[in-house]
Design a protein. Sequence first.
Length: 242
Amino acid sequence: MTMRAPSSELPIKFDGVTVAAGGVTILDDIALTLAPGLPTVLIGPNGSGKSTLLRLAMGLLAPSRGRITWGGLEHVPPLKRAIVFQRPAMLRRSAAANLRFALRAAGIPHAEHARRIAELLELVGLHALADRAARRLSGGEQQRLALARALARDPAVLFLDEPTASLDPIATKAVEDIIRAVSERNIKVVMATHDLGEARRLAGEIVMLHRGRIVETGAAASFFDAPQTPEAGAFLAGELLI
Ligand SMILES: Nc1ncnc2c1ncn2[C@@H]1O[C@H](COP(=O)(O)OP(=O)(O)OP(=O)(O)O)[C@@H](O)[C@H]1O
């Protein structure tokens, strides 16, 4: 994978974005700018709206009210954006074949497939398991393969929804190392987690959500050292936010 120049997909701007479904307001009047740089980590309790925000930024969901722009434009097709969900589904074929499928779907010329597959497997540390059936891989290995698959289209922005939620510490470290490597290649990482340790380890910037609203945003260091709102203070202190 090559170092990429900052992309025209960025910044992603949310302007007065509200999402309502089934009579419930899931996100309420969100104003947010996702800019190039270190990972942006969305934190907040279960149901606070993190996944919904990621789906909006990916373009999988339209706001009920407000506007989202990518590099200043509305309705930009997600050709240079990728998302990895909490429990990624693998095709019933080998790890390498899952990547080949993704490369084909992204329109990468056939002649480049073997080189890109080798490169992607190397990046996520799965080169020795290229021929293993993807569904036989462990949870952590599947998550790494899902990351490689998302990177197949050479995205400018990578959205991750709780990528280590069900992994043990060793598998978590492997995934976090990949996230750092991705970020160092100038791919903007935007991820949701409710693991504060993970947020501390990876975030350049924090966006804290509570009940569908942004309660605080800021540089990770200042957020963790001196949260500005009672909700953030309580969340960092390990109190239950309801
Ligand atoms: N299509 C929908 N219709 C009605 N309610 C929905 C819909 N999608 C999400 N919700 C609700 O919106 C709230 C926010 O959900 P979301 O998944 O974005 O939160 P989250 O912060 O990612 O939570 P978690 O950490 O549990 O994954 C939840 O209460 C959820 O039940």
